[in-house]
Write a protein that binds this ligand. Structure first.
Ligand SMILES: Cc1cc2nc3c(=O)[nH]c(=O)nc-3n(C[C@H](O)[C@H](O)[C@H](O)COP(=O)(O)O)c2cc1C
Length: 189
Protein backbone atom coordinates (compact mmCIF):
# COMPACT_ATOMS: atom_id res chain seq x y z
CA UNK A 1 0.00 0.00 0.00
CA UNK A 2 1.43 3.34 -1.05
CA UNK A 3 0.02 6.71 -0.01
CA UNK A 4 1.14 9.92 -1.69
CA UNK A 5 0.98 13.37 -0.13
CA UNK A 6 0.80 16.42 -2.42
CA UNK A 7 1.52 19.78 -0.80
CA UNK A 8 0.06 22.83 -2.56
CA UNK A 9 1.47 25.40 -0.13
CA UNK A 10 4.83 27.05 -0.73
CA UNK A 11 5.22 27.44 3.04
CA UNK A 12 7.36 24.55 4.26
CA UNK A 13 6.52 23.86 7.89
CA UNK A 14 3.29 25.82 7.39
CA UNK A 15 -0.22 24.77 8.26
CA UNK A 16 -1.02 22.61 5.24
CA UNK A 17 2.40 20.99 5.53
CA UNK A 18 1.86 20.11 9.20
CA UNK A 19 -1.62 18.73 8.49
CA UNK A 20 -0.30 16.67 5.59
CA UNK A 21 2.48 15.27 7.78
CA UNK A 22 -0.16 14.14 10.30
CA UNK A 23 -2.17 12.49 7.54
CA UNK A 24 0.92 10.70 6.25
CA UNK A 25 1.77 9.65 9.82
CA UNK A 26 -1.71 8.10 10.04
CA UNK A 27 -1.18 6.28 6.76
CA UNK A 28 2.19 5.03 7.98
CA UNK A 29 0.67 3.76 11.19
CA UNK A 30 -1.83 1.81 9.11
CA UNK A 31 1.10 0.16 7.32
CA UNK A 32 1.51 2.27 4.17
CA UNK A 33 4.67 3.45 2.48
CA UNK A 34 4.33 7.21 2.23
CA UNK A 35 5.89 9.83 0.00
CA UNK A 36 5.40 13.60 -0.10
CA UNK A 37 5.73 15.97 -3.05
CA UNK A 38 6.12 19.71 -2.51
CA UNK A 39 4.72 21.25 -5.69
CA UNK A 40 6.45 24.59 -5.07
CA UNK A 41 9.82 22.87 -5.34
CA UNK A 42 8.97 21.37 -8.71
CA UNK A 43 8.63 22.66 -12.23
CA UNK A 44 5.01 22.21 -13.27
CA UNK A 45 3.73 24.32 -16.15
CA UNK A 46 0.06 24.98 -16.86
CA UNK A 47 -1.84 22.65 -19.22
CA UNK A 48 -1.76 23.94 -22.80
CA UNK A 49 -4.90 22.08 -23.97
CA UNK A 50 -2.96 20.69 -26.93
CA UNK A 51 -4.95 17.45 -26.43
CA UNK A 52 -2.04 15.30 -27.56
CA UNK A 53 -2.36 13.27 -24.37
CA UNK A 54 -5.93 12.31 -25.32
CA UNK A 55 -4.43 10.19 -28.05
CA UNK A 56 -1.08 9.14 -26.67
CA UNK A 57 -1.62 9.07 -22.90
CA UNK A 58 1.61 11.06 -22.63
CA UNK A 59 1.84 14.79 -21.84
CA UNK A 60 3.62 16.94 -24.44
CA UNK A 61 5.07 19.18 -21.71
CA UNK A 62 8.35 17.82 -20.41
CA UNK A 63 8.64 18.84 -16.77
CA UNK A 64 8.34 17.39 -13.27
CA UNK A 65 4.67 16.44 -13.65
CA UNK A 66 5.73 13.27 -15.46
CA UNK A 67 7.40 12.05 -12.27
CA UNK A 68 4.37 12.86 -10.10
CA UNK A 69 1.96 11.28 -12.60
CA UNK A 70 4.01 8.10 -12.47
CA UNK A 71 3.89 8.06 -8.66
CA UNK A 72 0.14 8.67 -8.68
CA UNK A 73 -0.33 5.62 -10.88
CA UNK A 74 1.65 3.49 -8.42
CA UNK A 75 -0.12 4.77 -5.29
CA UNK A 76 -3.36 3.43 -3.82
CA UNK A 77 -4.25 6.80 -2.31
CA UNK A 78 -3.38 10.46 -2.86
CA UNK A 79 -3.88 13.06 -0.14
CA UNK A 80 -3.72 16.71 -1.16
CA UNK A 81 -3.13 19.61 1.22
CA UNK A 82 -3.73 23.19 0.16
CA UNK A 83 -4.25 26.61 1.72
CA UNK A 84 -6.89 29.02 0.48
CA UNK A 85 -5.46 31.80 -1.68
CA UNK A 86 -8.09 34.33 -2.79
CA UNK A 87 -11.01 31.97 -2.07
CA UNK A 88 -9.52 29.13 -4.07
CA UNK A 89 -6.51 26.84 -4.32
CA UNK A 90 -2.92 28.01 -4.81
CA UNK A 91 -1.48 28.45 -8.30
CA UNK A 92 0.85 25.52 -7.64
CA UNK A 93 -2.05 23.17 -6.89
CA UNK A 94 -4.11 24.39 -9.84
CA UNK A 95 -1.26 23.89 -12.32
CA UNK A 96 -0.78 20.36 -10.95
CA UNK A 97 -4.48 19.50 -11.10
CA UNK A 98 -4.94 20.80 -14.64
CA UNK A 99 -2.14 18.48 -15.67
CA UNK A 100 -4.29 15.54 -14.59
CA UNK A 101 -5.57 15.86 -18.18
CA UNK A 102 -2.82 13.39 -19.01
CA UNK A 103 -4.94 10.69 -17.36
CA UNK A 104 -8.03 11.28 -19.53
CA UNK A 105 -9.22 10.57 -23.04
CA UNK A 106 -11.12 13.10 -25.18
CA UNK A 107 -14.39 12.25 -23.36
CA UNK A 108 -12.93 12.87 -19.89
CA UNK A 109 -12.86 9.17 -19.13
CA UNK A 110 -9.70 7.53 -17.83
CA UNK A 111 -7.31 7.02 -20.73
CA UNK A 112 -7.20 3.32 -21.55
CA UNK A 113 -3.50 3.25 -20.67
CA UNK A 114 -4.16 4.29 -17.05
CA UNK A 115 -7.68 2.96 -16.41
CA UNK A 116 -6.61 -0.20 -14.55
CA UNK A 117 -4.45 1.85 -12.19
CA UNK A 118 -6.67 4.90 -11.68
CA UNK A 119 -9.98 3.04 -11.28
CA UNK A 120 -11.22 3.48 -7.71
CA UNK A 121 -8.02 5.10 -6.44
CA UNK A 122 -8.53 6.88 -3.13
CA UNK A 123 -8.30 10.65 -2.96
CA UNK A 124 -8.47 12.99 0.02
CA UNK A 125 -8.02 16.67 0.82
CA UNK A 126 -6.83 18.94 3.62
CA UNK A 127 -7.58 22.68 3.41
CA UNK A 128 -6.41 25.59 5.57
CA UNK A 129 -7.64 29.18 5.47
CA UNK A 130 -6.75 32.35 7.34
CA UNK A 131 -10.41 33.24 7.79
CA UNK A 132 -11.78 31.89 11.09
CA UNK A 133 -14.47 30.01 9.16
CA UNK A 134 -12.91 26.75 7.89
CA UNK A 135 -15.62 26.55 5.20
CA UNK A 136 -13.76 29.29 3.35
CA UNK A 137 -11.98 26.25 1.87
CA UNK A 138 -15.24 24.85 0.43
CA UNK A 139 -14.45 25.90 -3.18
CA UNK A 140 -11.31 23.73 -3.08
CA UNK A 141 -13.30 20.85 -1.64
CA UNK A 142 -15.82 21.18 -4.49
CA UNK A 143 -13.07 20.94 -7.10
CA UNK A 144 -11.59 17.75 -5.68
CA UNK A 145 -14.98 16.20 -4.87
CA UNK A 146 -16.27 16.91 -8.38
CA UNK A 147 -13.12 15.39 -9.85
CA UNK A 148 -13.62 12.29 -7.71
CA UNK A 149 -17.29 12.03 -8.70
CA UNK A 150 -16.60 12.47 -12.40
CA UNK A 151 -13.93 9.78 -12.41
CA UNK A 152 -15.39 7.46 -9.74
CA UNK A 153 -12.35 7.87 -7.56
CA UNK A 154 -12.96 6.85 -3.96
CA UNK A 155 -13.48 10.06 -1.96
CA UNK A 156 -11.81 9.81 1.44
CA UNK A 157 -13.24 13.14 2.61
CA UNK A 158 -11.84 16.53 3.48
CA UNK A 159 -10.42 18.00 6.66
CA UNK A 160 -10.95 21.76 6.75
CA UNK A 161 -9.18 23.97 9.26
CA UNK A 162 -8.65 27.65 9.99
CA UNK A 163 -5.14 28.91 10.80
CA UNK A 164 -3.44 32.10 9.68
CA UNK A 165 0.17 32.40 10.85
CA UNK A 166 2.76 29.79 9.96
CA UNK A 167 2.41 26.79 12.26
CA UNK A 168 -0.75 28.00 14.04
CA UNK A 169 -2.39 24.70 13.14
CA UNK A 170 -0.23 23.01 15.78
CA UNK A 171 -2.73 24.33 18.35
CA UNK A 172 -5.69 22.75 16.55
CA UNK A 173 -5.62 19.24 17.99
CA UNK A 174 -8.98 18.37 16.44
CA UNK A 175 -7.83 19.13 12.88
CA UNK A 176 -4.54 17.31 13.42
CA UNK A 177 -6.39 14.24 14.72
CA UNK A 178 -8.86 14.36 11.80
CA UNK A 179 -5.94 14.53 9.36
CA UNK A 180 -4.31 11.55 11.09
CA UNK A 181 -7.57 9.57 10.81
CA UNK A 182 -7.95 10.50 7.13
CA UNK A 183 -4.44 9.19 6.51
CA UNK A 184 -5.25 5.97 8.33
CA UNK A 185 -8.41 5.56 6.28
CA UNK A 186 -6.41 6.12 3.09
CA UNK A 187 -4.17 3.19 3.98
CA UNK A 188 -6.69 0.79 5.48
CA UNK A 189 -7.64 -2.00 3.06
C1 LIG B 1 -1.73 35.13 -1.54
C2 LIG B 1 -2.55 34.74 -0.34
C3 LIG B 1 -3.93 34.76 -0.45
C4 LIG B 1 -4.73 34.36 0.63
N1 LIG B 1 -6.09 34.40 0.48
C5 LIG B 1 -6.87 33.95 1.49
C6 LIG B 1 -8.30 33.92 1.34
O1 LIG B 1 -8.87 34.27 0.31
N2 LIG B 1 -9.06 33.47 2.37
C7 LIG B 1 -8.48 33.06 3.55
O2 LIG B 1 -9.22 32.67 4.46
N3 LIG B 1 -7.13 33.07 3.71
C8 LIG B 1 -6.32 33.49 2.72
N4 LIG B 1 -4.95 33.49 2.87
C9 LIG B 1 -4.37 33.02 4.15
C10 LIG B 1 -3.89 31.57 4.09
O3 LIG B 1 -4.89 30.71 3.64
C11 LIG B 1 -3.44 31.15 5.50
O4 LIG B 1 -2.38 31.98 5.95
C12 LIG B 1 -3.00 29.71 5.58
O5 LIG B 1 -2.73 29.38 6.92
C13 LIG B 1 -1.76 29.43 4.76
O6 LIG B 1 -1.50 28.05 4.85
P1 LIG B 1 -0.04 27.44 4.77
O7 LIG B 1 0.64 27.75 6.10
O8 LIG B 1 -0.26 26.00 4.60
O9 LIG B 1 0.65 28.06 3.62
C14 LIG B 1 -4.13 33.92 1.83
C15 LIG B 1 -2.73 33.91 1.92
C16 LIG B 1 -1.95 34.30 0.86
C17 LIG B 1 -0.44 34.27 0.98
Amino acid sequence: MKVLGILGSPRIGGNSDLLLDRALAGAKEAGANVEKFVLDRMRIAGCKDCQKCNETGVCAIKDDMADIAGRILEAQAVIHACPVYFWTMTAQMKAYLDRWCVFFDADWRWHKSVYPKMRGKRIGLLTVCGDPNPHTGDPIVSVFKNTAEMTKLTWLGAVQAAAAAKGDIAGNKKALQEAFELGKKAATP
